[in-house]
Design a binder for this molecule. Structure first.
Ligand code: FES
Length: 311
């Protein structure tokens, strides 16, 4: 993590703060692509991830994030809104990207809800700058909660929907019809929107629909079986009980593994795997990455039989 200074705080929309973070010495920062996020260490035990909004292709001079005040905040958004101010220093991770744009798609469909617009806006700007074929639907509860409204309107192909304007929730049908070859869809927003898009695109080609989850979607309850883990480097052998996560078993054994979300959506606990039949339960790895079995999220995923980790 590096210490960055908050150089600017803006209001992106009602209850959405924009933070601009720079190096205290004014130097360049590691670059990133649309869809990337950074971790903000808000306090010793409070780390939150926020998507990067600005163009980070070439040695950016700042990182910009947007943070919505969440009435159900577990501490992160309330801290950002109530305690952060200009000139404060904050520890920030290097950018990571679990929601990368497919750069050679023929067409792009973007669906965003609420604060989920932040990675999608960066993607739409990338497409617009390159003359790509794209369309965007962005739903908010009210017009006042719509971030980047003027910028998105200026693109001409962004549909802004506000639930309180009498037409009900966003009609997704025009965006989810059978896709033309080479179409990729990117979606980020509240869980009901994400789940609706996920269900409606079940017949889309594998790998063409991409999600950035804020929290794990409701899953059918699956019985957990105990399993054994071998730590290849240390030679340790552990048992993971059925009522325990692999992350908890590793920590009980004194193996330090970083985690933030503990529910398979942030990617922090990604751990290399040498052998085993992984029961992937995260929302971070793509289907191809899951099939290769080279890594797993130990906070939520399990194993069918003995697992060998590269630890
Ligand atoms: S801690 Fe977030 S994916 Fe495991």
């Amino acid at each position: 993590m590096i210490a960055l200074k908050i150089s600017r705080i803006t209001t992106l929309a009602e209850d959405i703060r924009g933070l601009t973070l720079v190096r205290p010495d004014g130097g360049e920062l590691p670059s990133f692509a649309p869809g990337a996020h950074i971790d903000l260490r808000l306090s010793d035990d409070l780390v939150r991830q926020y998507s990067l909004i600005n163009d980070g292709a070439k040695a950016p001079s700042c990182y910009q994030v947007g943070v919505a005040r969440d009435p159900h905040s577990r501490g992160g958004s309330a801290f950002v809104h109530d305690h952060l101010s200009k000139e404060m220093e904050i520890r920030v991770s290097a950018p990571r990207n679990h929601f990368p744009l497919v750069e050679d798609a023929r067409n792009y469909v973007f669906i965003a809800g609420g604060i989920g617009i932040t990675p999608i806006y960066a993607m739409a700007r990338w497409c617009a700058a390159r003359g790509k074929s794209w369309k965007l639907a962005y739903a908010t509860r009210t017009a006042g909660r719509c971030a980047f409204r003027d910028e998105l309107r200026a693109f001409g192909q962004a549909h802004l929907h506000h639930d309180d304007e009498g037409k009900g929730v966003l009609d997704l049908a025009p965006y989810l019809e059978t896709p033309a070859v080479g179409t990729h869809l990117f979606c980020c927003g509240p869980q009901p929107l994400m789940t609706a898009v996920k269900d409606a695109t079940a017949n889309w080609p594998v790998g063409s629909v991409h999600f950035e989850w804020f929290s794990a979607p409701a899953a059918a309850s699956t019985a957990n079986e105990p399993f054994e883990v071998v730590l290849h480097r240390s030679g340790q052998r552990l048992s993971v009980r059925s009522d325990q996560t692999l992350l908890a078993a590793l920590r009980d054994a004194g193996v330090p593994i970083a985690s933030v979300c503990a529910e398979g959506v942030c990617g922090t606990c990604e751990t290399p795997v040498i052998a085993g039949e992984i029961d992937h339960r995260d929302q971070v790895l793509t289907e191809d990455e899951k099939a290769t079995g080279k890594t797993m999220m130990v906070c939520c995923s399990r194993s069918r039989g003995t697992l060998v980790l590269d630890l």
